[in-house]
Design a protein around this ligand. Structure first.
Ligand SMILES: CC(C)(COP(=O)(O)OP(=O)(O)OC[C@H]1O[C@@H](n2cnc3c(N)ncnc32)[C@H](O)[C@@H]1OP(=O)(O)O)[C@@H](O)C(=O)NCCC(=O)NCCS
Length: 422
């Protein structure tokens, strides 16, 4: 459908009704009148109804909807005859940057320009909020959404390779596994748990990895005695990491949302997430990566009962599911009959040397296992996403396997971008 140059969406503030119908004068016969407006909490049952079977696995949008509304994001619905039939959300994860997510249109009303209308309204709203760029993440095989993005002027600027690393399948060394008491107050509070220790400050946790011969890792600087140390970087240290990071990656993210890699964004990420840095024994920076706060998932992509490729689910009947990582002192041992679900975390924006990156993954797994034990939740998996063109992506799979990590390819997405200025 042709875009309407005089769409009222371009004239209203995002706090008011957006527009309806788009390009009404040229609306082909049989196409419904569509109103795009701001979403309201009471839209949720309608959204749940038409998003139930969006994908084979279902959809997350209805569950996220009320959170979207509370988060300060712009959330729009498209309605036909007063009933919501389309939805989308625009978040603002960094200064000047809009993130388009969760666009859905009821199956029997697709290909009628509804998503285009929602996107036009989103773009207008993002401009009014001062965003200079909008981005979206689209699965590499989602041709409909790619078509929509192209129609709206977006272009693909990067590809993201995704991997899962089930904690249960990894050989962690004792050094990777932190005792519960090693969690600092800062790390514990980020993850929403109480810390017993609560005394350390600054960079916090340290672990040593990559020094055992069974890891099969090439020793740093050819010196077997130089351990790789992984710590959580402070916002001040983030500034120093920026130069190394910007040589290999362009975007910052550890889950599904990606923002520009800038000094300022990196420093903020160090405060809000866990910016992990690996250094050799002489203090030279080897690698970095951003780990999300752990979260509980009701299923994981890979697990002990996943031999035939099925997703592992918690046992709804009350917990004979049992996951135990081969780790020191049983720290990672947890039962599903504690809190339901699996503790998972995202790890992204990896850059640096292969030894450093593997050490960071091991450390992140150790952190996840420790948190899981502390919260009495079954440890799940790390969801690792890296820019496909980065040197890390190329080597990640073989190096991690060599290092005893059960790293599995999950898929690839495209990062799409629309410049809103100029
Ligand atoms: C993707 C989706 C939101 C598009 O909604 P829609 O209302 O059908 O989209 P529109 O009618 O506005 O189409 C806009 C453009 O998208 C592309 N497109 C949409 N559906 C398409 C299809 N089935 N095949 C090819 N291109 C398609 C076309 O380029 C189209 O422009 P055109 O009609 O002028 O050729 C809808 O298909 C949907 O809800 N899919 C499932 C959820 C999903 O994948 N969301 C995106 C996750 S990133």
């Amino acid at each position: 459908m042709a875009r309407s140059g005089d769409s009222p969406a371009h004239e209203t503030t995002p706090s008011t009704v957006s527009h309806s119908p788009r390009d009404a004068s040229s609306k082909p016969a049989g196409r419904p009148d569509v109103l795009v407006r701001r979403a309201r909490l009471e839209d949720e049952p309608h959204i749940r109804a038409f998003t139930q079977n969006t994908f084979e696995w279902g959809d997350y949008v209805a569950d996220a909807f009320s959170e979207w509304l509370q988060s300060g994001s712009d959330v729009y619905v498209a309605e036909v005859d007063g009933i919501p039939v389309g939805v989308t959300c625009v978040a603002y994860p960094a200064e000047g940057e809009a993130w388009f997510q969760g666009i859905r249109v009821k199956a029997d009303l697709r290909r009628m320009g509804i998503a285009s209308m929602l996107t036009e309204t989103s773009i207008a709203g993002a401009r009014e909020r001062g965003a200079r760029v909008s981005r979206a993440n689209i699965d590499s095989d989602n041709y409909r959404s790619q078509g929509l993005a192209k129609t709206m002027g977006f272009r693909q600027v990067s590809r993201i390779s995704e991997f899962t690393v089930p904690l249960a399948g990894c050989l962690l060394s004792e050094a990777d596994v932190l005792s519960k008491d090693q969690l600092t107050s800062a790390d514990a509070s980020l993850a929403g748990v109480e810390s017993d220790a609560g005394i350390e400050s600054g960079a916090g946790i340290e672990s040593r990895a990559g020094i055992k011969s069974r890891d099969g890792l090439a020793p740093t600087d050819g010196n077997m005695h130089l351990a790789i140390q992984v710590t959580r970087a402070t916002p001040e240290e983030a500034g120093q990491l920026f130069d190394a990071a910007s040589k290999q990656i362009r975007y910052l993210g550890c889950e599904y949302v990606w923002i520009s890699l800038t000094r300022q964004n990196l420093a903020r990420a160090a405060t809000e997430e866990w910016l992990l840095v690996a250094r050799d024994g002489r203090g030279k920076t080897l690698a970095g990566g951003l780990m999300s706060n752990p979260y509980v998932e009701d299923h994981i992509h890979t697990g002990p009962e996943d031999e035939d490729g099925r997703d592992a689910h918690t046992d709804a009947e009350g917990g004979d599911l049992h996951v135990q990582a081969d780790a020191a002192e049983g720290h990672l041992h947890a039962h599903a009959d504690a809190e339901k679900g699996y503790l998972c975390a995202g790890l992204g924006s990896l850059f640096g040397t292969r030894e450093g990156v593997v050490a960071i993954i091991r450390h992140a797994l150790g952190l996840l296992g420790t948190q899981a034990a502390k919260r009495n939740i079954t440890p799940g998996e790390l969801f690792v996403s890296v820019e496909s063109e980065s040197p890390v992506a190329e080597e990640l799979l073989s190096n991690s396997r060599q290092a005893g990590l059960d790293m599995r390819e999950h898929g690839e997405t495209g990062l799409w971008e629309l410049r809103l200025t100029g």
